[in-house]
Design a protein around this ligand. Structure first.
Ligand code: ZN
Length: 259
């Protein structure tokens, strides 16, 4: 699942291709908006809010998309051909570029003035211009008995973290994912670590938290269950964390991150 850094980069690609230009074609391949036509309208900008993408169009219109599990936006030179691919959910094209959204988890259109209905619940955006670390800490602290692993994935606390950055952040801070939020010694330090990792990776395709870009050496614990910890040699563990039916994989080193 794409995390905040990938979404941030996607927003920039969409912005570069669409902003300041007039759409010559929009093609919504989702039933609810099948008849929506934005041709002739200029795109103002695309921004990310956590893992949400907001493409703002003239006339108080926002196109809201979310990559969810499998989604991806691809930008290429405009072509006049009809694209036949059942995975396409939305095409936005100007005379130079076409942006094609595949397998998007959310595609919807609403008034820009109503954006808060879709993203107003989000906590501070780790990569947003209004990032507010103190507010993120305040929101996390509001539920002290919750596990820190669950709390970090809850986008209402802070927006942008998925299972990769959760695993890497907690490892680097030596915090077990099952520890209650109220017993995490330095929440501001933890939040700052998450922001630093996302920020360091937002402009590159690969995710590197170890400082080592060699293939197979880029991450501390994510994707390494059953292998040895790079620091202490202990076998990396994997488990399910979260409420029933919403469990997500947690990965940790039991020695570097004691409960
Ligand atoms: Zn270890």
């Amino acid at each position: 699942m794409p995390e905040g850094d990938v979404v941030w980069r996607t927003a920039r690609q969409l912005h570069d291709a669409l902003a300041g230009r007039e759409l010559v074609r929009s093609d919504f391949r989702v039933p609810r908006f099948a008849t929506t036509d934005l041709a002739g309208r200029g795109v103002t900008e695309t921004v990310s809010r956590g893992k949400h993408l907001l493409t703002r169009v003239e006339g108080d219109i926002t196109v809201h998309t979310h990559l969810k599990m499998e989604g991806v936006w691809r930008v290429s030179a405009a072509s006049g051909f009809a694209l036949r691919d059942h995975r396409i959910r939305l095409i936005l094209a100007n005379s130079q570029w076409q942006a094609v959204g595949y397998q998007l988890g959310i595609v919807e259109v609403f008034r820009t003035s109503n954006e808060d209905l879709a993203v107003g619940h989000l906590g501070p955006d780790l990569l947003g211009p209004g990032w507010d670390a103190a507010e993120a800490v305040r929101r996390l602290s509001a539920q002290p008995a919750r596990t820190i692993g669950e709390a970090l994935l809850d986008q209402r606390n802070l927006a942008g973290i998925g299972t990769i950055y959760r695993a890497e952040t907690l490892f680097l801070r030596g915090v077990n994912p099952w520890r209650p939020v109220g017993e995490v010694p330095d929440l501001p330090g933890l939040v700052e670590m998450a922001r630093r990792l996302l920020d360091a990776n937002k402009a590159r395709v690969e995710t590197i938290t170890t400082g080592n870009g060699a293939r197979g050496s880029q991450l501390w614990v994510y994707g390494r269950a059953g292998q040895r910890c790079r620091r202490c040699g202990t076998t990396i563990q994997r488990g399910s964390l979260g409420p029933q039916l919403e469990e997500r994989t947690a990965v940790w080193c039991p020695r570097c991150q004691p409960l």
